[in-house]
Design a protein around this ligand. Structure first.
Ligand SMILES: Cc1ncc(C[n+]2csc(CCOP(=O)(O)OP(=O)(O)O)c2C)c(N)n1
Ligand code: SF4
Ligand SMILES: [Mg+2]
Length: 303
């Protein structure tokens, strides 16, 4: 959809409590434009619960159910069952959770809801950290990144949550990024019109957590995609389609930029460049990314 055709209605109101340059609010604005007001959103503990504000105030113009950190998918399953019981088919049920609430603490409830074929959309905004509680590492934090619990850089590589989701063989799964509004809106719109469980993950570069200037949020997302550190794809009934530059990288029509081109702007990786270059860890990051793309090429049916 062209930018001029986006709905002008905003379900995320002004004066909310997000940081300047917050990717969660960019993502949520886009998602709610696509879903519209007939949406019930289930939100666990995360930055968004703070952005929403304290009862009795709210910055969201839709009904929201706030729920415990681990329970987003379970709560959404309950809402969906209640609506089904009432014969309501005009309301979309969406869970909106961070990477901590998805990759780590909420994974059991999420896997269960996908396996039960719950009719809902689970959206993970992935800022690669537990940001709300002070920038702790999560299962989504990339290798070598500084967080307050990995002060010399994380020793482990991130989980590939997309691949874990694909193993559930749900009707629709996708990865996108806040830097690509048309991609976000078209994937959410598609998911809204599919019956059964849908999972969409949105990369959300976080200025305070990744240590970059607040006017660079969109650029950080684009560089993540250009470098292949993140990819845009969708999977419908087990057939994957890569989108935008990710498709060109997959088909080897362009070369991905080195991941270094993305991480060099982020203070959380500064120890890889100063006082001297850490060639071992920089190479490990590029190797990991090459292996991931080779796996995409070999192991998945793509079109
Ligand atoms: C069971 C439980 N453990 C820990 C917490 C504290 N807590 C609240 S939000 C949060 C971090 C959330 O991280 P993420 O899901 O990535 O969302 P973000 O803050 O990054 O938006 C933590 C650790 C909690 N509320 N409940
Ligand atoms: S810490 Fe990051 S995700 Fe959380 S409100 Fe601030 S910018 Fe947004
Ligand atoms: Mg997070």
């Amino acid at each position: 959809m062209a930018l001029k055709d986006y709905p002008v209605d905003e379900c995320l109101l002004q004066g909310n409590a997000s940081c300047p340059g917050c990717p969660a609010t960019i993502g949520l604005r886009l998602v709610l434009k696509a879903l519209g007001k007939k949406t019930i959103m289930v939100i666990p503990a995360c930055c968004t619960a703070v952005i929403e504000s304290l009862y009795p105030h709210t910055s969201f113009d839709i009904p929201v159910m706030n729920i415990a950190f681990e329970a987003a998918a379970a709560g959404a399953s309950g809402v969906e069952a209640a609506l089904r019981q009432q014969g309501r088919t005009d309301i979309t049920v969406a869970a909106w959770a961070g990477d901590g609430g998805t990759y780590d603490i909420g994974i059991q409830a999420l896997s269960g809801a996908l396996e039960r074929r719950t009719n809902f959309i689970y959206i993970c905004y992935n800022n690669q950290i537990y940001s709300n509680t002070g920038i702790q590492r999560s299962g989504a934090t990339p290798y070598a990144a500084w967080t307050t619990t990995t002060v010399s850089g994380k020793n482990e590589f991130r989980k590939e949550m997309g691949e874990i989701i694909l193993a559930h063989h749900i009707p629709y799964a996708a990865q996108t990024c806040i830097s690509y509004p048309e991609d976000v809106i078209s994937k959410i719109t598609k998911a809204k019109n599919i019956q059964g469980p849908k999972y969409i993950e949105i990369l959300a570069p976080c200025p305070p957590g990744w240590r970059f200037s607040m006017d660079k949020t969109v650029e950080m997302g684009r560089l993540a995609v250009d470098s292949g550190a993140w990819s845009l794809w969708e999977c419908e009934n087990d057939v994957m389609t890569f989108n935008g530059k990710s498709k060109l990288i997959l088909e080897k029509k362009i070369q991905r930029k080195p991941v270094e081109e993305w991480i060099k702007y982020q203070g959380r990786f500064s120890h890889l460049f100063r006082p001297q270059r850490d060639e071992v860890r920089l190479k490990a990051i590029e190797d990991y990314t090459d292996n991931l793309w080779e796996r995409y090429r070999k192991c998945y049916t793509t079109k």
